[in-house]
Each structure stands twice: as C-alpha cells, then as structure tokens.
Design a protein around this ligand. Structure first.
Ligand code: SAM
Length: 218
C-alpha cells in the first residue's frame, strides 16, 4: 500500500479543526481531546483519501468494515474513563485507530479482530507508526479469558445483547462500553461492575455500528 507516513501542516491543521468540531459536538474530556489531537488519522487511509481523514465520518477500510467516526471513538473513549496503566480489552481492532487513541490515553491494550486480513494489516501498521498493542485474531464476543481480568472493555461493533462472558472478564470497578441493538441502530451501553454479581447499567445515545459477529453475538 502506498502509505507515506508524513504529517504535513495541512493534516496538522485539519486535526486541530477536528478536535474543535468534537468539542462543539459535546466531547469534553480534555485527555480524550488531546489523544484525538495526537493520533494521525490520515495514516490509516490510503494517500488518495487523506482529504477525508479529518472529516468526522466513518470510512471504508476493506473487508466490508469501517474506521469508526472520530466522534464515536471519542464518545466511547470518554465513557471508559481511562487511567494510565489500565488494562483494556478492545473487541474489533479494525484499522487500529481506536486502539491508538486508547494507547495515547495511557492504556495497555489487548485488541482482537475476527477478520484475519485486517488483523494482519493492523498489527503491522501500528508498530510502524509508533504504537504498541497486543494483537489477537478470533472471536472477541467471548473476550480473551487468558488475559482477564480487564479494567475496561470496549466493543466497537454492534451486539444483539451484552455477552455475560465479557462481564465476567471485568475487574470489580471495571467498565464495559458496548453498542447494543439491532442491525440498523444500537444504543451505547455502559456497564460498571460494582461487585462480583452487581452491575450498574446506563443506556445512552443511538449509533450505527457494523455487526459484532460471533458465538455471543450475531
Ligand atoms: N474502531 C475501529 C477503527 O477505528 O478502525 C473500527 C472497528 S469496526 C467499526 C468493527 C470491527 O469489529 C470490524 O473490523 C469487524 O471485523 C470487527 N468484529 C466484528 N465482530 C467481531 C468479533 N466477534 N470479534 C472481533 N472483532 C469483530
């Protein structure tokens, strides 16, 4: 792929404008805004489409999948309340853009993608642009038991229900952020594990994600 990892004044300027746009749309966590301001989203696009990289839109990344809209990435990141050193499980690596935002927030990231082509692409690109995560290929709807428990879990694809197994893999005090609904629209759901069998659930705004496909999903 003809990627040139160059951050020109044009991209820097566009990134600043994107951060301003997200602020206007209600993102108010300064750490999240700073992380969005740091991650060079155009590196996830073919050079031909760099003029699209800082628009607040999702964009095709191949295999019928998309790089998430920056607003959605910021929104989910904000709900996770990342503390430096948090162990985060990300389900749906995709392009790795959300992964990089989590890494900029100081998280230690375990990320899983079911599509082998995307997994192979992203695990090569991220170290190349300066980001280190732990990459896995497979069905993330069952989590990754081997590395549990996690401080935070983020699901970046739409699920029909909240998989119980993900709640089991959360630490006490941990947070799960997951879009839940049908194939057309999902509500963003935040679940806080307050005790071993006690959860607080908050249902938030409506989004449209690609489906979470797997054993505990579609
Ligand atoms: N946040 C990513 C980004 O910014 O590029 C976009 C993620 S994309 C909206 C959702 C991803 O979840 C897709 O790459 C899809 O293949 C993946 N996915 C769907 N079901 C999955 C599953 N059960 N386990 C792991 N990944 C899954």
């Amino acid at each position: 792929m003809a990627y040139k990892y160059i951050d020109n004044y044009r991209e820097k300027g566009a990134r600043k404008l994107l951060v301003e746009e997200l602020k206007k749309k209600g993102i108010d966590d300064e750490n999240v805004l700073a992380a969005i301001g740091k991650v060079k989203r155009h590196y996830f696009f073919d050079e031909t489409f760099w003029n699209q990289a800082y628009k607040d839109i999702a964009f095709p990344i191949g295999e019928g999948q998309t790089i998430s809209q920056p607003y959605t990435v910021a929104y989910q990141s904000q709900l996770l309340h990342i503390n430096k050193g948090d162990k985060v499980l990300e389900i749906g690596t995709g392009s790795g853009y959300q992964t990089c935002v989590l890494l900029e927030l100081g998280a230690k990231v375990y990320t899983i993608e079911r599509q082998e082509k995307l997994y192979n692409h992203t695990r090569q690109v991220l170290p190349h642009i300066g980001y280190k995560a732990n990459f896995f290929v497979g069905d993330g709807s069952i989590g990754i038991a081997k590395h549990a428990p996690y401080d935070k879990i983020i699901v970046t694809a739409g699920a029909p229900t909240v998989p119980d197994v993900l709640l089991k893999q959360l630490k006490i005090g941990g947070i799960l952020v997951i879009p839940v609904g049908d194939e057309h629209s999902q509500k963003m759901v935040t679940i806080i594990k307050v005790a071993e069998h006690d959860y607080e659930k908050i249902v938030l705004d409506t989004f449209r994600f690609v489906p979470l496909v797997g054993d505990k999903a579609w």
